[in-house]
Design a binder for this molecule. Sequence first.
Ligand code: C2O
Ligand code: CU
Length: 504
Amino acid sequence: MQIGRREVLGALGGVAATGAGLWTIERRLWAGERARLAMPPLVDARESRKVALRAQTGRTRFGSGAPSLTAGFNQSFLGPTLLLPQGEVEADIRNALEEDVTVHWHGLLVPGEVDGGPHDPIAPGIRRRAALAIAQGPLLAWYHSHVHGATARHVYAGLAGTIQISDGLDDDRGLPSRYGIDDLTLIVQDRRFDEAGRMVYDLTPTDILNGFHGNRILVNGQFGATAVVPRGIVRLRILNASNARTYTLLFPDGRKMHLTGTDGGLLPQPRATGVLRISSGERAEVLVDFSDGAGAQMISGRGEIPILDFTVDPGLAVRIDRLPDRIAPDLPPVPEPDGPTRRFALNTGGGAVQGRGAAQGEDAQGHSHGEGHGHGQALVDMAGETASTSSHDLHDFSINNRVYDPNRTDFHIPKGTTERWIISGGAGGEHPFHIHGVQFRVVDEAGGMVRIENSGWKDTVLVAGQTEIIVRFDHSAPPEFPYMYHSHILEHEDAGMMGQFTVG
Ligand code: C2O
Ligand code: CU
């Protein structure tokens, strides 16, 4: 197993820590590298209703840097965009890694048996079929590995990709749909590069505490790329597949983004916004108007981090030249809860935990203690740190002071129930909170208005302070394959900020 770990991220674990560089320095260092933004390969399964994914390792050169050891699906880094129809789709997954992998369908409402969470590891050399019954409208979802204790490392290495559910009606809606031309997929990730330009995952205790943050932004595995777009309306399907970083996307030229879709599907009408906050695991679809013919730069407001440049090619045919005013029927009213209200406190390390007793009670069973501790150690070891560096804090990552235990079901929910969940981040900062197998509506954020980003159906929400959501549990998850809820800061999730429940 240890060899397998090295295999996936050998170079990442082996390279000495260089620390995060300053953006300005990095920009100078890498200046002059301008390539056209490429899309992930498109797997159009609308006719075949079959997708094949092979988890594999590879070598990837980012810019002119030295090659990095990476992982991906069907390629060396990241995976293809899966364009899926509604109805039955068969996924054929093969594991060519030297360690377990899973394929979790983040955003697809599928039963626990095929959800691809931590209870469904696929061993090396094994092939797995998953029958997915897709009964959702058009949306942007994604898939990624979800092996407990290894999710952060796997996603970082590249084991992730996007999914588009299509009903074939985007022309009627006036939405751009030409992949890579007026309909761009943007997988936004930050990665840490050393001076040789190698991607490293030199995880320190501070990185576990804050989540791992990189010193460069990749879009679709490229950095410093320029998206070439037609002189019209362009659709951006944005996935934040970073391990921890939240982006505050904006165009400094004042250009608006028109939000047309959230995690769970399309909004009735585009909603204009100057800034778009998107945390790890979230998706957003926006329209941007390039009919002025001018180029633009998208940045992330905090720290003015450049994300992506756009340039208009007047030679590209313009299919959509005005914003649609109606995209989808009105959202149904937020359902009334008919089940209990549950509260979730996300506990971060560094003394935020009061009720250590609860976690230690679980420790008496032996297994949960061993799991949490062991994974923490492995992460620290991989970074070449000595085991003595503050692994004591890892147990403090929990929800309601309970560290994730694969052998403990936190609660059961009768299928068909609607519940109110109140999630609080406490003093530990902001956390994206994700629930498997459901969609929810956000009804309150820190006692105030619900942000535009959270105005539709969601499966992941950034919790700053306290967030209240109404969740419907319409899909079943048996005790052998429970659904997860967790922080989508992947280092926190791996360290135990996760729980699980059954529905039936
Ligand atoms: Cu994006 Cu539990 O996953
Ligand atoms: Cu967290």
